[in-house]
Design a protein. Structure first.
Length: 97
């Protein structure tokens, strides 16, 4: 006794969703409703130069501290004090003025 396509469709439960890959991406639908993905992408691309410049300023201090750490403990301490002093007095005062 062969089953045709109409009888096989009637055996499926209407409450259970299909488990194919296209219908199992419910989280993409929720993210698209909560977050405007296109607007978020545009904002990230717009702020990318600022992110790169800020990272480069951070890496300048990081590289100097890493280099001083290879020289010795006293050099590392002096480098950290120098970076802290320059950060607090130099840059902060220039930003306020």
């Amino acid at each position: 006794m062969a089953m045709d396509s109409s009888s096989s469709n009637s055996l499926k439960s209407p409450m259970l969703p299909s488990t194919s890959l296209e219908t199992n991406k419910w989280w993409i639908i929720i993210i698209n409703k909560v977050i405007d993905v296109e607007e978020a992408k545009n904002q990230i691309l717009f702020s990318l130069p600022m992110i790169v410049v800020t990272s480069c300023f951070y890496f300048i201090n990081l590289v100097s501290v890493m280099f001083a750490g290879h020289l010795g403990k006293f050099e590392l301490a002096a480098s950290n004090l120098g970076n802290s002093w320059a950060e607090v007095t130099g840059l902060s005062l220039m930003v306020c003025i």
